[in-house]
Write a protein that binds this ligand. Structure first.
Ligand code: NAD
Length: 238
């Protein structure tokens, strides 16, 4: 591990065009469970599998049940950025990192101070009325019971990409642009199995591809450096 961290430090020192691509594993050290770890949400038992509950169809048909799960499992109002979020923000301030591209919906990269954050799957911090479009913060959902309602009577929906829904095209295009032009790409804390997000890393054309993940990622990437370990602990040593 020591040798791998030394190599990572060398790569980071030599680059001023780093792009980070991450997922739920980036926030587990902040106390937010991911989906696929041993203690992730997919190993817990619910009436339906999480990917069913978090689908567009389920949301449309069973909103109250969707929100029971969503409030209990997807909101983490007390979570704070960990060493990984903080290090990435520090690299951006230092002019080394160009963008964080995240599948996370928790807002922790921005809380840590990162500015160029592309949220592929939206954010729990933004919500809107399905009828009149009025915007609501996370409190409107966290403090609600059953289905949160707008003052106009419409249902409030999280600005989160549910299964079966498409990703924002502008965000996707920007993500492709950053990855394609990156000198160094760090992929961290993601199983890399949720598409189309996972497919974005294929746009990288450089020779400094680093993977920092607990366990293997979904597809062989031919990475130049692979570090199997907790990303917060790893990045805090760089
Ligand atoms: P995932 O659960 O499929 O995979 C997480 C990966 O990170 C696993 O390989 C796991 O071993 C690894 N990991 C866990 N903790 C780690 C750590 N401390 N350091 C390094 N690696 C660690 O998550 P995913 O790939 O992001 O895809 C699933 C979907 O989960 C995404 O679409 C995302 O929107 C959603 N999600 C987001 C949050 C969040 O916003 N924090 C939480 C749960 C799920």
């Amino acid at each position: 591990m020591e040798e791998a961290i030394r190599k990572l430090k060398e790569l980071v020192d030599g680059s001023d065009n780093i792009v980070f691509f991450g997922g739920a594993g980036v926030s587990t050290e902040s106390g937010i469970p991911d989906f696929r770890s041993v203690d992730g949400l997919y190993r817990q038992k619910y009436a339906y599998p999480p990917e069913t509950i978090l689908s567009h169809t389920f949301y449309m048909r069973h909103k109250a049940e969707f929100y029971d799960f969503y409030r209990a499992k997807m909101l983490a109002p007390d979570a704070r950025p960990n060493a990984a979020h903080k290090k990435l923000a520090e690299w951006e301030r230092a002019g080394k990192l160009k963008a964080v591209i995240t599948q996370n919906i928790d807002g922790l990269h921005q809380k840590a101070g990162s500015r160029e954050v592309l949220e592929l799957h939206g954010s729990v911090l933004r919500n809107y009325c399905e009828k009149c479009g009025k915007f609501y913060g996370v409190e409107a959902v966290a403090g609600s019971t059953s289905v949160p309602k707008c003052i106009c009577g419409g249902d409030i929906k999280p600005d989160v990409v549910l299964y079966e829904e498409s990703l924002d095209e502008d965000v996707l295009a920007k993500a492709v642009h950053y990855i394609r032009n990156a000198d160094m790409l760090i992929i961290g804390g993601t199983s890399l199995v949720v598409y189309p997000a996972a497919g974005l890393v294929r746009y990288y054309r450089g020779h400094k591809l680093v993977v920092i993940n607990k366990g293997q990622v979904g597809a062989p990437l031919g990475a130049d450096l692979v570090i199997d370990g907790p990303i917060g602990q790893v990045l805090s040593q760089v």
